[in-house]
Design a protein around this ligand. Structure first.
Ligand code: HEM
Ligand code: NAG
Ligand code: NAG
Ligand code: NAG
Length: 547
């Protein structure tokens, strides 16, 4: 095990611990000097504390063993932390995929005290998440996320299953079904054309690389904001200078980190929480920071919702999801906090579009054959000849988009699930309350589902193989992404126009092809959604339409 690296990952906690130690020492000094406690008393106290810690530790170890799921294999790990140390310096989804080759398609890991069932192939995913879908429809609660960040209200994707969650999911799903998505065509058209125009202005004829990540982020955020509130960043000229946008950006990227199931060690090791009541008294502590992020998130949503409500009163609102919900009799009786929950979910969705576009750009820059083929197909289809920002269908680009989602699977561990009733499976019983991780990354690399799963092949969606095979990037089962139609359509349009308008090249000639590799090219595989390290490329504008 790599101690240095593990220590580095635990740093935020160590940092707090050091602050705590300093505080405790000064407290001790103050007490001893004022009350005159002798060293002998201190010795007795510290021995008692030591004994308590040892007893807690042994009790905790006993508990950790007792709650493992019986009859399901898996790597054992270390006392106290279980398998946590094994997923700190590698990509957890890939580690789980490799473990599945040894322990079988469904195995258990234990992160700290928490046993987790990991599903790693398509057949097992179907057996459990489709056939037993009613038992797999909840989400677990996490200490850091639900007690601090989302203390007041959680997004749909992080809410356990109950009447309210059912209502919220239904409201979001009906606002995002295929028919509704068609009605958002003008929004998609506007956002994808802005995206291209911005790139055109910035690209300097492709002579110098540009930082495309921020363009992709603006596209995704504009899209989510417009869809949800009908507001386009209050139509400010300067997007990055807009305080509201800066705030949304800062808050959302922090929230994303707290959602990770691979870090946030306190979620899994309760002993680390023992001193939290004291920790909360220290200025600038990490828990207060989590609380603050949650509050800031609610504030910006509340202000957007207020704006929309006053527009609705004046009848000047544009069609959007929140507007539909406020006007639609079926969803009108959602409470304000339930409405807020839907908004939180839609903004969180933007966080998944950005890295998908970023990977697509890096991939195209390093795979000129596929880029050329896509361009030829667009040209021959003539769908853009009369309308450079049209949304006509080019099957190859559609298949490219699908394959990109499969190949990179940016939410590689989907979102954690929780079993709500005991499930009989493969000779064992998965108990109620078990946390479940769907390893979408491994399912999308399942050789029984996809021929040659490690190669990038848009053709697999067009011919030979089963073009209707389930692609796991949006998860599976009763809690699958509610926006998969919309996200696919938005990404399809972004790539259709990117490829039609630009010839995309790597930032510099010598850049190794490995930067487009889904694991080697990833910035940090432990965070919730996987982004590429590289954020720059060159965009050479193509000629005028028709080509
Ligand atoms: C490339 C883009 C996207 C990807 C790859 C993606 C992927 C996912 C995945 C893997 C899940 C969890 C599924 C599971 O647990 O089985 C999910 C849930 C969800 N997604 Fe997306 N998503 C994307 C875009 C969006 C967008 C744009 C929105 C909103 C407009 C959105 C809204 C949601 C919601 C509300 C849930 C929670 C569903 C529930 O828990 O019941 N997603 N998404
Ligand atoms: C079912 O159990 C057998 C024997 O314990 C194991 O070899 C196999 O991998 C399991 N199947 C799944 C899908 O986990
Ligand atoms: C996002 O919206 C802002 C404000 O309306 C606009 O200035 C910007 O060009 C848009 N950017 C993209 C990439 O869509
Ligand atoms: C309002 O919500 C309740 C449940 O909370 C539901 O039973 C009822 O049908 C809803 N009303 C309308 C008009 O949809």
């Amino acid at each position: 095990m790599n101690d240095l690296a593990t220590a580095a990952t635990y740093q935020p906690i160590l940092h707090d611990d050091i602050k705590m130690a300093i505080a405790l020492r000064s407290l001790h000094e103050a007490v001893t000097s004022s009350v005159g406690i002798t060293n002998a008393t201190i010795l007795v106290y510290s021995q008692t504390i030591l004994i308590i810690i040892i007893v807690l530790f042994i009790g905790n170890e006993y508990y950790r063993w007792a709650i493992r799921i019986s009859g399901i294999p898996g790597p054992i790990g270390l006392p106290l932390i279980g398998n946590l140390h094994q997923i700190q310096t590698v990509s957890p989804p890939e580690k789980y995929r490799l473990w599945s080759l040894k322990y079988g398609p469904t195995f258990q890991i234990q992160l700290g005290n928490v046993p987790i069932l990991v599903i790693n192939n398509a057949a097992a995913a179907k057996d459990l998440l489709i056939r037993e879908s009613a038992a797999f429809n909840s989400r677990p609660l996490f200490y850091v996320f639900h007690k601090f960040v989302s203390k007041e209200i959680a997004s749909i994707g992080t809410s356990p299953w109950d009447e309210s969650c059912k209502k919220r999911r239904k409201a979001a799903a009906s606002a995002l079904n295929i028919i509704q998505v068609d009605s958002y065509a003008p929004i998609l058209r506007l956002e994808s054309s802005e995206f291209i125009q911005e790139l055109r202005q910035a690209c300097k004829n492709g002579d110098t690389p540009i930082e495309f990540h921020s363009f992709a982020r603006r596209f995704s955020m504009n899209l989510s904001l417009t869809l949800n509130y009908g507001a386009r960043a209050s139509n400010q000229k300067n997007f990055d200078g807009n305080p509201l946008i800066n705030e949304i950006n800062a808050v959302e990227s922090e929230v994303g980190k707290y959602r990770s199931t691979s870090s946030n060690v306190k979620n899994y090791v309760p002993l680390l929480r023992v001193l939290d009541p004291l920790l909360l008294l220290l200025p600038g502590n990490s828990l207060q920071k989590a609380l603050d992020i949650g509050k800031r998130r609610l504030q910006y949503h509340a202000s957007l919702l207020e704006t929309l409500k006053s527009e609705i009163d004046k009848n000047t609102d544009k069609p959007c999801i929140q507007g539909n919900m406020l006007r639609n009799p079926e969803t009108r009786n959602l409470s304000d906090s339930e409405r807020l929950s839907v908004s939180l979910s839609i903004m969180a969705g933007a966080d998944s579009n950005t890295p998908t576009i970023a990977w697509g750009i890096i991939f195209l820059a390093h795979n000129p054959e596929i880029q050329d083929k896509a361009f030829q197909e667009i040209k021959e289809s003539q769908v853009l000849d009369n309308d450079p920002f049209g949304n006509g269908k080019v099957p190859y680009v559609d298949a490219f988009t699908k394959e990109l989602n499969r190949y990179y699977t940016i939410l590689r561990l989907a979102m954690p699930k929780e079993v709500t009733a005991p499930v009989k499976y493969n000779g064992t019983i998965i108990p109620k309350g078990t946390m479940v991780i769907l390893n979408s990354w491994a399912c999308n690399r399942d050789p029984d589902l996809f021929k040659d799963p490690f190669s990038f092949s848009p053709e697999r969606w067009l011919e030979s193989e089963d073009p209707h095979a389930h692609q796991f990037a949006f998860g599976m089962g009763s809690r699958m992404c509610v926006a998969s139609n919309l996200a696919h359509k938005a990404l399809y349009l972004a790539f259709l126009h990117l490829i039609a308008h630009f010839h995309i090249l790597p930032a510099d000639e010598g850049q190794p092809k490995g930067v487009a590799h889904p694991i080697d090219g990833a910035s940090d595989s432990r965070i919730t959604s996987t982004s590429p390290k590289i954020t720059k490329a060159r965009f050479v504008p193509r000629g005028q339409f028709p080509f």
